[in-house]
Design a protein around this ligand. Structure first.
Ligand code: FAD
Length: 386
């Protein structure tokens, strides 16, 4: 088990109290109805500094490193996956594109104050695992850009203060399809789409609390300064950002798995059948033992990858391993949590099924398990065991 120092224990414990008192009751009420989280909860995330947790202190944030951040994210996801995901729409989302001091001074304090929650529009119908296949176009005009095309799976797009859009500005050479993609920041009012952009919500089986959108760009006009970073070179930043997102997603998965374990343990010691607690049956005890062991292992791998990120250098293999392992653990542990609840695990009033529906997604978004295996295998074949 990883020993946390006093500061990190405080991060964990403060978040745990917040989740118990302010997140779990909201999730219990709204998730069964498939509703978005209330603004009052988003505001609380801002007040606690969580929306800008990784923003350096000099810009008004909490100055969290990746290990600190993963500790926080595990706690928030234990409450409700979408709450951890909204926090991820402040922290670090713009990191790769804020490449000058002037941009950092302009945007980071707003992120730290919770005033710049940013949706992430990369995926398209034909650009999912194959992210380089972006077809949405940004055409240069006399005074800026016009955006034409579609994006799919954009979470929080309508409510967000801004959308980070990846669009093709230049045709790529045949042997390098990842070139020619640029990043744009679309600033907008909350709960609206600007002229030239419309959206349709996507109906999902889980991940409630945060609506996911299909976006249509029909000539949206952007000023020149909406282009972030170097024209045509955004792919590299996307890939670097994905390493961080994968570790953060591993932490989200650990949170879900821990929720399933905690609830299953409580249920197994309270419910009786055949005049015995469920926890007296060896099959249930072994299931709990495997769940607890898996959660510990997933957390250890996640924090090790987070630590590697904090230390710098290439971490694609570590990030992929953490994402693969923690999300597949979450799927198994949440399934077993439901099983221990019997029929009560299958009803909306019991969170066991929510953890399972949400954990199912973690093996798909931010790169599927198959893509993580590809990355790990590529690195093994190229570099050996390291
Ligand atoms: C609820 C939800 C929220 C999301 N939120 C966002 C968001 O906010 N912003 C955003 O940009 N994106 C978002 N995504 C998109 C998400 O990242 C993609 O769905 C994911 O990357 C997979 O892409 P795909 O759905 O096109 O699947 P596909 O790429 O079509 O994959 C289908 C299957 O084929 C497998 N496969 C594909 N290529 C290979 C290969 N080379 N080798 C082996 N197997 C392969 C996959 O592993 C998978 O099993 C979200 C998705 C969902 C479902």
């Amino acid at each position: 088990m990883i020993e946390l120092d006093d500061r990190r224990r405080r991060i964990r414990d403060d978040a745990r109290v917040f989740v118990r008192e302010e997140v779990l009751p909201v999730a219990a009420e709204l998730d069964p109805r498939g509703e978005d989280m209330p603004w009052s909860l988003v505001d609380r995330l801002g007040e606690l500094g969580y929306l800008g947790a990784t923003v350096p202190e000099e810009h008004g944030g909490l100055g969290f490193g990746m290990v600190d951040y993963c500790i926080l994210i595990e706690e928030l996801a234990r409450g409700w996956l979408s709450v951890a995901s909204v926090v991820g729409r402040g922290n670090r989302i713009l990191e790769e594109v804020l490449d000058t001091d002037e941009l950092r001074r302009r945007y980071l304090p707003r992120i730290a104050r919770g005033e710049l929650i940013c949706a992430f529009a990369l995926s398209e119908a034909e650009a999912g695992s194959d992210v380089a296949n972006v077809a949405c176009r940004a055409v240069e005009t006399a005074d800026g850009w016009r955006i034409v095309g579609e994006k799919r799976w954009c979470g929080f797009a309508w409510r967000a203060d801004a959308i980070l859009l990846f669009a093709r500005t230049d045709d790529p050479p045949a042997d390098a399809p990842h070139r020619g993609i640029s990043a744009f920041l679309i600033e907008k009012d909350r709960e609206s789409f600007p002229e030239g952009l419309s959206g349709t919500p996507i109906d999902k089986i889980g991940y409630h609390g945060l609506t996911t959108w299909e976006l249509t760009f029909d000539g949206l006009a952007l000023p020149s300064e909406a282009l972030m970073g170097e024209r045509g070179e955004a792919f590299y930043g996307v890939m670097a950002g994905l390493d961080r997102k994968r570790v953060y997603t591993a932490a989200r998965a650990v949170g879900l798995a821990r929720g399933a374990l905690e609830d299953a343990l409580a249920y197994a010691t309270q419910r009786e059948q055949f005049d015995h607690q469920l926890a007296d049956f060896q099959s249930i005890r072994f299931m709990l033992a495997d769940m607890a062991t898996s959660v510990e292992a997933a957390r250890a791998l996640t924090l090790a990858a987070a630590d590697a990120l904090d230390r710098g250098g290439r971490v694609d293999r570590e990030a992929a391993m953490a994402k693969l392992f923690a999300t597949e653990v979450a799927e198994r542990v949440t399934r077993d949590g439901m099983q221990i609840h019997g029929g009560n695990g299958y009803i909306s009033a019991t969170p066991a099924q929510r953890y399972w529906r949400d954990a199912r997604l973690t093996t798909i978004f931010e790169g599927t398990s198959e893509i993580q295996r590809r990355i790990i295998a590529d690195r093994l074949v190229e570099d050996g065991l390291g």
